[in-house]
Design a protein around this ligand. Structure first.
Ligand code: WAQ
Ligand code: MG
Length: 240
């Protein structure tokens, strides 16, 4: 689903589901588009596609919530985490200015981890991760686990599933995410090694900035990465 108001992106969502659940899922996505905090959309596009290949399994990233009381502190944490993954100062700087800008994208930017060069073909659209879901038996386990942490929301679940798919993509070393919703102020840095590291107060309440950056190993096959993120069906499962 994607909803827009004029040329501005309002809301988007994607999932994998069984045929008998299409109507339920579609109506929940429509409801989300119609009730979005950013305002009523003037257009909603809903696409339903049958998979041509079975989904591949991916393990859910471990979740950790860091201590962070301000956007200033958040930036320091982001730098520390991304440096651990070998992302250069230049790339970190460019990524920060992108996700802290109020000119938001519908998808994510693909950024060279060393040069900071943006590699996505369409800069205003970005790369939209799609065809991702959660293994049926894992869904309840995930809810239980998040319930214990006091963060059992659709938003956290969807972000965790997305980050797990992204971290599983060959050639991607890390992800940085800030919601573009003005009243959602927790973001994250994620990678295979670091897991999903939540950063509270990553932005000020009311701020319209937000976005996602996927850091890419220099010399990767970009077409292949985009195909993986946008087209490869993946189901996430929670390890016992
Ligand atoms: N693929 C690529 N980029 C996306 C996608 C997608 N499927 N969905 C959203 N984005 C990009 C796009 O640029 C949005 O502007 C930006 O991410 C933020 O999207 O507490 O709510 O849906 O652990 O606003 C993360 C923290 C919340 C959750 C993320 O993102 C938690 C969030 P939003
Ligand atoms: Mg949003």
């Amino acid at each position: 689903m994607r909803a827009s108001s004029g040329r501005a992106h309002v809301s988007g969502a994607e999932t994998l589901t069984k045929e008998e659940d299409i109507i339920t899922v579609a109506s929940s996505f429509l409801l989300r588009a119609l009730c979005h905090k950013k305002g009523a959309p003037s257009e909603i596009v809903l696409t339903v596609e049958k998979l041509k290949e079975g989904p591949s399994p991916v393990t859910l990233l471990p979740v950790k919530t860091l201590d962070c009381t301000s956007p200033g502190r958040a930036k320091i944490i982001i730098k520390e985490l991304l440096k651990k993954e070998g992302v250069s100062e230049t790339s970190i700087k460019k990524a920060l200015s992108l996700v802290y800008s109020s000119k938001t994208m519908r998808g994510a930017s693909l950024m060279d981890m060393k040069t900071g060069r943006r590699l996505e073909p369409d800069r205003s659209r970005g790369i939209r991760v799609s065809r991702l879901g959660i293994e049926e038996t894992s869904e309840e386990r995930l809810s239980e686990m998040l319930e214990k942490l006091g963060i059992n929301t659709t938003r956290v679940k969807e972000a965790l599933i997305l980050a797990s798919k992204v971290a599983s993509c060959p050639g991607i070393v890390a992800e940085l995410c800030i919601s573009d919703d003005p009243d959602y102020t927790t973001g994250y840095v994620a990678s295979k090694r670091l897991g999903y590291q939540r950063i509270p107060n990553i932005k000020k309440r009311g701020s319209l900035s937000g976005g996602r950056v996927f850091f890419v190993k220099t010399g990767s096959d970009i077409g292949r990465i985009i195909r993986y993120l946008e087209k490869k069906p993946v189901v996430v499962s929670v390890e016992r």
